[in-house]
Design a protein around this ligand. Structure first.
Ligand code: FAD
Ligand code: DHB
Length: 391
C-alpha cells in the first residue's frame, strides 16, 4: 500500500511528466471523463520557469484554446506572420501567413506550462510535483504499476495504462524493451539567452553566417530570446558576456537592423540531437513527446510534435479503456508519420543553418539557402513546414 489517503494509489492513466505532452494529455483525458494522475519529478516553480521553446504552430494554439488554456496566450502571444532568413547578411523575408494560410505564434513554453498547470489544478486533477518516477512494472499485464518517490518516500501507483511523457532523460523510454532507435549526434550545440531588452524587430530571424548560426526571437515586448551555435564541447565559462554580444552582432549583422543589448537574465547550452524510437508503445506503456523523439531546434518543432502525439494518443486511450484497441494499436505508426515529417524539416534546416567552418561546404549551404529563400516552391515549402500545415 502506498502513502497518505490524499495521494491516489489507483488511476486509469498514470502520466509521467508535466511538460507540454503530459499536461495536454491530462487535459484531453479529463475532457473525455478519464481519470489520470500526473507525476512530475521537479517542483512547480521549476517547471513553470524553465526557459525553452517559443514558437507554436497554429494547430498547437488551436488545441490550447479548445482546452480552455488559451486566455493568457491570446492576450500575450505574438502573432508571427513572417520570419526572416538572413544569409551572409542578406535579408529574405518569408511571409508565412501569405504562403501557408496560417501564422505562427511566439509564446514561451513555460507560459504554456503555467497555463496547463493552472487548468489542471483548477479542475482538481491530481498533479504531483516532486514525484519522481523510478520505474514501470507489469506493462504486459492489465494493470501496470509505476514506482515513484515523493518527499523521500517510495510509493506505487497502479493504472490501466502508463504514459511516459517524461522527456529524453525520463524512465519512460528506458522501460520500453527492445525499442530500436535512430540517433544523430551533432558537433554543435545552442547557447540560448534570455535578455532583458525589447526585441530588435518583430520577426524571428534565422541568420546563417560563416561564424555560425545566430537567432533572434522574443518572449514579450520587453524580453528578447537569442541563440548562438557553439561547439558541442563548449561550457558556459567559454562564453563571457563580451564574447556573446560580439558574436551576436557579427552573426546577425544586416543593413537596416541593429541588435539591442541588455542584461542576460538566463543562459544555457543545449546539445543538438536527433532521436526517434521506432516503438512508441509496449503493452500498456505508451511514449509521447521528447520521450519518444528529439528533433534539432532549427525547425521549432519539439513542443509542437509533443502536442501532436497526445492529440493522437488521447482518443486511442479512451477507446482502449472502453475495450477497443484499434487506435492504440495504430498509435506508433500514426505518430511516426508526423514525427519523420518534422524530423526531415528540422534536420534539413539544421544542416543548412549551421556553419561548418569549411569554406566550400558553407558556400554550398549559403547557395542552397538562397535557392530556397528566393524561389516560389522553396518559399512555400519553408512556410508550410514552419507552421506545420502541409497540404
Ligand atoms: P518535457 O518538456 O521535457 O517534459 C518532460 C517532463 O518530465 C519534465 O517536466 C521533466 O521534469 C519530467 N520528468 C523527467 N523525468 C521524470 C521522472 N522520472 N518522473 C517524473 N517526471 C519526470 N520546440 C518547439 O516546438 N518550438 C521551439 O521553438 C523550440 N525551441 C527549443 C529551444 C531549445 C533551446 C530547446 C532545448 C528545446 C526547444 N524545443 C522547441 C523543444 C521543446 O522544448 C521540447 O520538445 C518539449 O519540451 C517537449 O515536451 P515534452 O512534454 O515531451 O517533454
Ligand atoms: C525559438 C526557438 C526555436 O528553436 C526556433 O526555431 C524558433 C524560435 C524561440 O525560442 O523563440
Amino acid at each position: 500500500m502506498t502513502g497518505p489517503s490524499d495521494v491516489p494509489a489507483r488511476t486509469q492513466v498514470a502520466v509521467l511528466g508535466a511538460g507540454p505532452a503530459g499536461l495536454v494529455l491530462a487535459a484531453l483525458l479529463a475532457r473525455a471523463g478519464v481519470d489520470c494522475v500526473v507525476l512530475e519529478s521537479r517542483s512547480r516553480s521549476y517547471v513553470e520557469s524553465r526557459v525553452r521553446a517559443g514558437a507554436l504552430e497554429p494547430g498547437t494554439v488551436a488545441l490550447l484554446r479548445e482546452l480552455g488554456a488559451g486566455e493568457r496566450l491570446d492576450a500575450a502571444a505574438m502573432v508571427s506572420h513572417q520570419f526572416e532568413l538572413r544569409i551572409d547578411g542578406a535579408r529574405y523575408v518569408m511571409p508565412v501567413t501569405e504562403l501557408s494560410g496560417q501564422p505562427m505564434y511566439v509564446y514561451g513554453q513555460q507560459e504554456v506550462v503555467k497555463d496547463l498547470v493552472a487548468l489542471r489544478l483548477s479542475a482538481g486533477g491530481p498533479l504531483l510535483f516532486g514525484a519522481e518516477a523510478l520505474g514501470v512494472d507489469g506493462i504486459d499485464g492489465p494493470t501496470p504499476t509505476v514506482r515513484y518517490r515523493q518527499d523521500g518516500v517510495e510509493r506505487t501507483l497502479t493504472a490501466d495504462v502508463v504514459v511516459g511523457a517524461d522527456g529524453f532523460h525520463g524512465v519512460g523510454r528506458r522501460s520500453v524493451p527492445g525499442a530500436r532507435t535512430a540517433t544523430r549526434e551533432y558537433p554543435v550545440a545552442w547557447l540560448g539567452l534570455l535578455v532583458d531588452a525589447p526585441p530588435s524587430g518583430d520577426d524571428v530571424v534565422y541568420a546563417f553566417s560563416r561564424a555560425g548560426l545566430g537567432m533572434h526571437s522574443m518572449r514579450s515586448p520587453s524580453l528578447t530570446r537569442l541563440y548562438l551555435q557553439v561547439p558541442a564541447t563548449d561550457t558556459l565559462d567559454a562564453w563571457s558576456d563580451d564574447r556573446i554580444w560580439a558574436q551576436l552582432h557579427t552573426r546577425l549583422a544586416a543593413d537596416g537592423w541593429s541588435l539591442t543589448e541588455g542584461p542576460i537574465l538566463e543562459r544555457a547550452i543545449a546539445p543538438l540531437r536527433a532521436y526517434v524510437s521506432d516503438t512508441m508503445r509496449a503493452g500498456r506503456l505508451f511514449l509521447a513527446g521528447d520521450a519518444a523523439h528529439i528533433v534539432p531546434p532549427t525547425g521549432a518543432k519539439g513542443l509542437n510534435l509533443a502536442v501532436r502525439d497526445v492529440k493522437v494518443l488521447a482518443p486511442a486511450l479512451v477507446a482502449l479503456l472502453r475495450g477497443d484497441p484499434a487506435l492504440a494499436d495504430a498509435y506508433t505508426a500514426t505518430c511516426l508519420e508526423h514525427v519523420w515529417w518534422a524530423m526531415s524539416f528540422s534536420c534539413g534546416m539544421a544542416r543548412l543553418l549551421h556553419a561548418s567552418g569549411d569554406p566550400f561546404e558553407d558556400s554550398l549551404r549559403a547557395a542552397e539557402l538562397r535557392g530556397l529563400a528566393t524561389r516560389e516552391p522553396g518559399r512555400r515549402m519553408l512556410a508550410e513546414d514552419y507552421c506545420g500545415v502541409r497540404p
